[in-house]
Design a binder for this molecule. Sequence first.
Ligand code: FES
Length: 571
Amino acid sequence: MGMDRLRLISGLILLLYVTGHLANLFPGIWSLQAMNREFELWHELWESLAGKTLLYSAFILHLGTVFWGVARRRTLRLPALQIWQILLGLLIPWLMLRHWVAATGGESIWGLELDFRHVVALLWQGGWSSLVSQTAGVVVVWLHAMIGLHLWLRFKSWYPPWQGLLLVLAVVWPLLALAGFIAAGSEVQLRADQAQWWAVVEREGHITPEKLAEMTWVIGWVVTTYPLLLLLIFAGRQIRLWLLHRLSAVRLYYRDHHILPVTTGASVLETLQQAGIPHASVCGGRGRCTTCRVRLGEGGEALSPADAVEQRALRRVNLHGEEISSQQLRLACRIHPTEDLEVTPLLAPNCSYSESHLQPSHVTGEERELVVLFADLRGFTAMSEHRLPFDVVFILNRYFRAMGLSVEESGGYLDKFIGDGAMALFGLDVPVEQGCREALECLGRVHQRLAEVNEGLVNDLEQPLRVGIGVHMGRAVVGRLGHGQARQLTAIGDVVNTAARLESLCKPYGVAAIVSSDVMERSGFAHQHLQQHAISIRGRQQALQIYAAESLEDFIESSNKGLHGLKNGSD
Ligand code: FES
């Protein structure tokens, strides 16, 4: 079992204990007696041999894994929330020592027999410093636990909808405990005024001034020693890093312009963090979020294969064994270069988990081949001049529906409507060859659906609706662009401009569609029956080979003949 898992499990056991312990304080709102009764049950459970073993092992393991994690980290440049969690965690032993020494050593070392009333009485008798350090201790423990819980749960799909409710619980729980503690403390104060009550408490709990003095001395000693222990751990860590750094000859080449020395055993993420280079790492390098993923260049083959944790994480972004090796995609936090290595980041340094996770890579931004289709309604301006706005909206919506359904049924993605035009993308989730076929099939569907619209509007239209369509394929940058609600998946690049240009040429050429020869050829569909031309496109140096057709029906013929038609060379 890895250190992270060990820390998580031990942390959950401690959280269970702390949550129940805080719940012990709730009845204090009603009375000290009620609180004491509640505590008896809880005490029995955790004071049993099994309970004690579980609790102390979890405590030692958790503290040990935290110390180990801090000592072996090559860098402490971590996400802010994780830094807070570590700092609060390191503060806990220091703040809670008084409580632990009294609770654990009180009975076994000094022979005290304390129930909850006695503990509350002792804490309140200790004055403001005791109360403040106890309250601060509880707040720090709870904050540390809640941050840890959040860091763990945020990758669970069920968590976001429940987050608000859990946050309310996380706030209300310690507040109720604090209310119980204050109410019980007030009762103690009232009773303490009666000298005989305090005498009874001391007698029942076997509390003597000598024992209290000894306990105070031990607590003082441990409180002073703990910071020294921390100092020792951090100093040891620095010396170790210095030695590792000096002994390493490995270099990391990052984004073509950074050459960084790699400390022996450091991961790529740690190397970048050490050098102060921002790199996405939402989970803080625990192999859970995949935001740190990089594309490997030279030296990638020398890395050891992805382990189970890395493979599981990469599978969540739809990358599997072969793809991982063929695309050379790895998690920067899981790879430890032993030879010079070149890497390119795939996500922006400030990328959030939701932006990167459970989404295909084209959603987060990538350059890739795809097919772009542009369509425009012919003669729409003239048609709309003589109509009421309601009529125009009605007709346009029929047309948009026909276009939208045609694209979706063909397997494409309707990018946007622009005025009376539309832009669609094909080949986003399938090989581009299939995207080409889907785009051509879409032309046939547009023809059929538009014919249905025209039939339904036969009494309203002087002329049937007609469209001009341009289709081209090539490399484009695909990603979610925009801001807020207006952020959506789209493509930018020369292929988009060229497809739009082909569509605009339909009118002067007197054709219904112009499809680049790249699309026809990569589709594998028959195209011998279509006219081929070479045209010049503004902004392109070379002529573009295209196929044009006066009717969209011609493309139905293409797709009907399909691959078979091409193989036989028939038209
Ligand atoms: S930083 Fe989260 S997986 Fe690497």
